[in-house]
Design a protein around this ligand. Structure first.
Ligand code: COA
Length: 567
């Protein structure tokens, strides 16, 4: 079929659908929902059989849905309607939720239902639910709907609130007061739910140190406490605030700022550094097999001769400080009696490379970019030059740009089915990239394919990545069972009779590669190009970064996505 993805942005869900539908041999094109005229133009040019709307902020023009079948993905159970579906589901502590694929008509989310899929809710942020459960359910519903349309096997079902299966209902847009935190009343559980219902957007409106802020990235704390509402500690980027029955950590903050002035989502202590005085620093967060609940971006644990290093950096973004801490943690793992080190990244993202928001907030973004890329390169080098252990990168969540190449520094790269990789940098204002990608990528996929991947700037599924050798293996399972599969694999390597041979072979290969061309040469050449990106005449990287971090709306769909706009 000819399928047009009409979407506000090419976000994780749209990327996943693009990948799934393209791999299922549909002809897929993308148009950003910019205005009605642009949408009409795209439909006229592409002549799609079906328009799929995974992520829209506006209604589809009437003449478009009247003339072409439009499938809307709604992140709610059957009968649920309105623009804040997941927000209400989290705030109301729903235990089951779902995704509905419905046909667009004149009433928002009230069209005929082609397919729906339910899932068990997890206690997590809206963005995490969206990237996992909602995305998986959306893929199922779109596949079913398209099959039903193609075969004519069944008709869509009208929304009928007298049907006992229809549990949902209309819910309005969620306003700041609907989830405002009452620090003198709300328990830790309620506070977490309020913040999570608004994470990544729009954040919970609150006040910290007398400043209006939006809160994100909430973590429970099971040791520290204080008088309700008091800010009682800091650790790295986060602030700890007491509730009536404990405390929560707030990892990220965006200042409210005056109307019309753009503000950045940043680690809380950085966003408010001018206001914070005399706040005690809670001790270092990572320790072997410590199961306390607290804010801990880096966690290390060991089992059966395998060390597991988790780095749960918000949005997968890695600042200089986070890179330096991760490097110390990796060195710590190297000093432990383990035979395999598994790099687990975070549950939502393995890594998305340099921390573009922290860079944007820096006094000199060019200098900060330089420091940041060097800090990531240092981790990549430490992984690459680990000669006496096997390293495994295990991707539960997506990875983009430098994050993908950092993963390739490990001996083995495995990913959960459903993971999306963006192994390219160019979307960020023609950024050249480093992380030793000029060594790692051609080594895995050959020079030609390396060029295609980096020039095409398209997402790729874990399945396809394994087929072309970009990664080693895909595990077909959900996020929770993925960890068990990774443990079995890592323990298999650690206890394998061929372990010493693996180490010898790896050592020899690295030595041969180093003789042919030292890692330092790759790095120097990449950084030479990066210097031009950061300090050179062409400001594209700085402009693209600004647009990205402030989420400036798109003014057109790039041609690598809009097939119908290519000559
Ligand atoms: N630095 C800071 N924030 C980042 C980030 C980065 N490198 N990568 C992603 N994010 C943030 C986004 O701003 C967004 O923030 P929000 O929660 O405030 O909306 C969030 O992570 C999710 O990103 P989004 O773009 O919505 O996710 P996605 O799954 O749709 O797309 C990518 C993933 C990787 C394609 C896209 O995020 C991207 O291009 N990131 C930049 C990668 C990069 O150029 N890194 C620098 C070079 S190493």
């Amino acid at each position: 079929m000819r399928l047009l993805l009409l979407t506000h942005a090419f976000n994780s869900l749209s990327q996943r659908l693009w990948v799934e539908l393209s791999e299922a041999n549909h002809t897929v094109s993308v148009e950003f929902d910019i205005n009605d005229a642009v949408t009409r133009e795209a439909v006229a040019a592409f002549q799609p059989d079906v328009i799929i709307a995974p992520f829209l902020k506006r209604a589809i023009p009437q003449d478009v849905w009247q003339n072409t079948r439009c499938l809307v993905i709604h992140p709610g159970i059957i009968g649920d309607r309105g623009p804040s579906a997941l927000d209400w589901a989290i705030l109301n502590n729903e235990r089951r939720w779902g995704v509905t694929c419905l046909q667009a008509n004149a009433d928002m989310d009230a069209g005929e239902i082609w397919a729906w899929h339910e899932f068990a809710m997890r206690d997590t942020a809206k963005g995490s639910l969206y990237r996992h459960e909602v995305t998986e359910a959306a893929v199922v519903t779109v596949r079913q709907a398209l099959e039903r349309i193609a075969t004519g096997s069944s008709r869509p079902r009208p929304l009928d609130y007298s049907d006992p299966e229809v549990r949902g209902r209309w819910r309005p847009f969620m306003k700041p007061d609907d989830r405002r935190i009452d620090w003198l009343m709300d328990t830790t559980g309620v506070t977490l739910r309020k913040i999570r219902s608004a994470d990544g957007h729009p954040g919970v409106l609150d006040e910290l140190f007398g400043e209006g802020v939006h809160l994100y990235d909430a973590w429970p704390e099971d040791c520290l406490s204080g008088s309700p509402g008091a800010i009682i500690a800091r650790r790295h980027g986060a602030l700890c605030r007491a509730t009536v029955d404990g405390a929560v950590w707030i990892g990220q903050v965006k200042k409210k700022g005056p109307v019309g002035v753009r503000s950045l989502k940043l680690p809380a202590t950085l966003a408010l550094e001018d206001r914070i005085t005399d706040l005690p620093e809670a001790p270092e967060e990572f320790a072997v097999d410590d199961h306390r609940e607290t804010f801990r971006e880096i966690v290390y644990r060991e089992h059966n001769q395998v060390g597991y290093l988790e780095f749960r950096f918000y949005n997968g973004a890695m600042s200089v400080d986070q890179c330096e801490r991760l490097l110390r943690a990796f060195e710590y793992a190297l000093a432990r009696p383990v035979r395999v080190i598994v790099l687990l990244g975070g549950a939502d993202f393995w890594s998305n490379g340099m921390h573009l928001n922290v860079i944007e907030a820096a006094h000199s973004p060019a200098d900060e970019s330089w420091r940041n890329i060097n800090a990531i390169d240092d981790i990549a080098r430490a992984i690459l030059t680990t000669e006496d252990r096997v390293t495994v990168a295990a991707l539960r969540g997506n990875a983009g740009a430098g994050g993908v190449f950092l993963a390739l520094a490990a001996d083995q790269v495995i990913a959960r089915e459903g993971v999306i990789l963006n192994p390219h940098y160019r979307n960020m204002g023609n950024l050249y990239g480093s992380e030793y990608w000029t060594y790692l990528l051609p080594k895995r996929v050959g020079i030609n394919r390396a060029e295609i991947l980096t020039e095409n700037r398209l997402p790729i599924s874990a399945r396809r990545a394994a087929q072309i050798g970009l990664i080693d293996r895909v595990v077909e399972t959900d996020t929770i069972s993925f960890i068990s599969a990774v443990e079995a694999l890592a323990e298999g390597i650690a206890n394998s009779p061929g372990y010493e041979d693996i180490i010898r072979e790896k050592h020899g290969q690295r030595k041969r590669d180093e003789l042919e061309k030292p890692l330092a040469i790759y790095r120097a050449a990449e950084l030479e190009q990066m210097k031009l990106n950061f300090y050179g005449f062409d400001p594209s990287y700085h402009v693209a970064r600004y647009n990205f971090v402030f989420q400036v709306p798109h003014s057109r769909t790039p041609l690598h996505l809009a097939v119908h706009r290519r000559k």
